[in-house]
Design a protein around this ligand. Structure first.
Ligand SMILES: [Zn+2]
Length: 301
């Protein structure tokens, strides 16, 4: 059975924060490393795709983080991720078994590996703790503006802040990260997930061609120069759902070539009124279809 990486990570991170008496944002992962006697160092020669690593020699631990990624938020997140491997139950045993002394990480919610996902969830939970994040987010507006403000408050990247925002906010919001017209991942807030008639966007799905995001990211200058755009779409455009209007805000993430989209509904139909999918398909079956395939099917027949 697949275990949600967040449950364990949230609990462990909350425990670490309590132990270190941390009650304010921003949380400093270097301070926690210092308190545990974990050395850390930046390293300009880590391979491309490696954001950091954790070393173990006997009972001594050390963290290296790559200077390849200029974002301060990403480096802090990487240190938080390595701390996850240190603190999470079962991680040191798994990562340093058979005499292994080095674990290399690809942080930032891109890995399919369970230990990497748990360490990412730990980093987000440690550096954007649920109660502190919710309290601060309630005072900074909505949508992309709120995500930018919270990224400043927490000293995190826009991407990891947006993921945390969608997980913790009470409004119906979805966050989509895409590159070259393909979804890298998407996450829906609990209020949006409660709408059971929506088809989830999955990794590898095509960004729906009718959307602002698709048009925006078709111009590489928008992405490279971190431009923003905003407009409107419907839940049908993105999730094969009802014709409910949603706002769509897009920002280019610069040299990484990625685009971040924040979708937000002002109001939604009562989920209890949604009985079943209009087309009678099972949810799992619908999820396996790419939006572009659905578009094709609809436009052809
Ligand atoms: Zn790792």
């Amino acid at each position: 059975m697949l275990v949600d990486p967040w449950w364990k990570a949230e609990a462990c991170a909350a425990d670490v924060l309590k132990q270190h008496n941390i009650t304010k944002l921003p949380v400093d992962p270097f301070q926690i490393a210092d308190a545990k006697g974990i050395m850390y160092q930046e390293n300009p020669s880590l391979a491309s795709g490696v954001s950091g690593c954790l070393m173990r020699v006997g009972d001594n631990f050390g963290i290296m983080y790559s200077t390849r990624y200029p974002s301060n938020g990403f480096r802090r997140f990487t240190v938080g991720h390595e701390l996850g491997h240190y603190f999470l139950e079962g991680h040191p045993e798994q990562l340093f078994k058979d005499g292994c002394t080095l674990h290399t990480s690809a942080t930032g919610f891109v890995s399919d590996d369970r230990f990497e996902q748990e360490a990412d969830a730990f980093a987000a939970s440690l550096l954007m703790p649920k109660p502190l994040f919710r309290e601060a987010a309630s005072a900074v507006g909505e949508g992309l503006g709120a995500v930018k403000a919270m990224a400043d408050v927490c000293q995190m990247s826009l991407t990891s802040t947006a993921i945390r925002y969608a997980r913790l906010i009470s409004e119906p919001v979805a966050v989509v990260l895409s590159m070259n017209g393909k979804v890298l991942f998407s996450i829906m807030s609990p209020a949006l997930r409660a709408q059971r008639n929506l088809t989830w966007l999955k990794k590898g799905n095509g960004v729906p061609p009718s959307t602002l995001t698709f048009q925006f990211s078709g111009d590489n200058g928008n992405v490279q120069n971190s431009r923003t755009a905003s407009g409107y779409a419907t839940l049908d455009d993105w999730f094969d759902g009802p014709d409910t209007e949603i706002s769509e805000e897009v920002i280019g993430l610069g040299e990484y070539g990625r685009t971040l989209t924040i979708l937000r509904a002002e109001s939604l139909p009562d989920p209890d009124d949604v009985v079943a999918r209009a087309d009678g398909r099972e949810d799992d079956e619908a999820e396996s279809l790419l939006p572009s395939q659905r578009f094709f099917q609809r436009s052809r027949y």
